[in-house]
Design a binder for this molecule. Structure first.
Ligand SMILES: [Zn+2]
Length: 289
């Protein structure tokens, strides 16, 4: 079942669980996520970054839409870190049901203006909008972007931002980074800041860079307004680590149906574990009343 983000997250927000939002860059990942979601009876979000759209081409989204429509659990197709109105319009034309506009690098006033414009365009065709306030960190090797220093989201600014823009979900910076953490930079979430933001903002919150954080911290976030957690690195790592191992051990293998299954399984194990961690396992029934 394909739906938009607003409807998907309203249920998660109310029932205190978070829906995993997983990046895809080929059809293997699409199947990993949908099959894991169906097995776990969990809603899920497939998100595609503009870099990934470039890699895949627009026609690929038609396949993703069809796959999500045929899924037995609720699914959303979301544009991850749209950088411009052009990115957003391309995603809407391609059939995404949700978009992110990330103008977090701009001034507060410009971020409001750009996000507001996207809300007007996207809402006119029932597409949901996520925007970002504060900056999420960036670790080496991630192509998702982010800043060298994390600028934490201010709770009062968040309240103003949400009221002014009319967005459906807000990505906040409370200490996570994109990509893989190095040992000298372990993530630590500011859960007190999250609670403060949640007390002032009445829409679902989004956590980016959800790989590799402490499980006990992640499980506090969905009790404090986080209804969507982005995850890319942990899943991709599992996939390509297993593929590397397989190809080294089977160095003459060339058939995709021989090479792919173990990598797919490794990624799927990660996705299923995250669904348990985010408390989205067995929550699909809420959507079929
Ligand atoms: Zn992100």
């Amino acid at each position: 079942m394909l739906m938009n983000m607003k409807d998907l997250l309203a249920v998660a927000y109310k029932n205190q669980f978070a829906v995993g939002s997983f990046n895809v860059a080929n059809s293997e990942f699409v199947r990993v996520i949908i099959e894991a979601a169906e097995e776990k009876n969990a809603p899920a979000i497939i998100q595609i970054h503009p870099n990934e759209v470039e890699l895949l081409g627009d026609d690929f989204i038609t396949y993703v839409r069809e796959a999500c429509r045929n899924a037995s659990v609720p699914m959303v197709i979301h544009l991850d870190h749209g950088g411009s109105v052009e990115d957003v319009m391309r995603a809407i034309r391609n059939g995404f049901t949700s978009v992110m506009i990330d103008a977090s690098h701009a001034s507060f006033e410009d971020n409001i203006a750009i996000s507001k414009e996207v809300v007007k365009l996207a809402h006119s065709v029932n597409v949901s909008v996520e925007a970002e306030l504060g900056t999420i960190g960036s670790n080496e090797g991630s192509s998702e972007g982010g800043a060298d220093e994390i600028l934490y989201t201010d709770a009062d600014d968040a309240k103003t931002f949400v009221e002014e823009t009319g967005i459906d979900t807000l990505a906040i910076a409370i200490g996570t980074s994109h990509g893989q953490y190095k040992h000298d930079r372990q993530p630590e979430l500011k859960l007190d800041l999250l609670a403060e933001i949640n007390s002032k903002v009445d829409i679902p919150l989004v956590l980016h860079g959800g790989s590799d954080n402490k499980d006990e911290e992640i499980s506090q976030t969905y009790l404090n307004g986080v209804a969507k957690i982005n995850l890319s690195t942990d899943m991709k790592n599992a996939f390509f680590k297993e593929m590397r191992r397989f190809l080294v051990e089977n160095d003459t293998a060339y058939e995709p149906d021989v090479i792919m299954p173990s990598a797919r399984k490794a990624a799927q194990e990660v996705v299923k574990k995250k669904m348990d961690l985010f408390n989205s396992t067995n929550q699909a029934h809420h959507y079929f009343k």
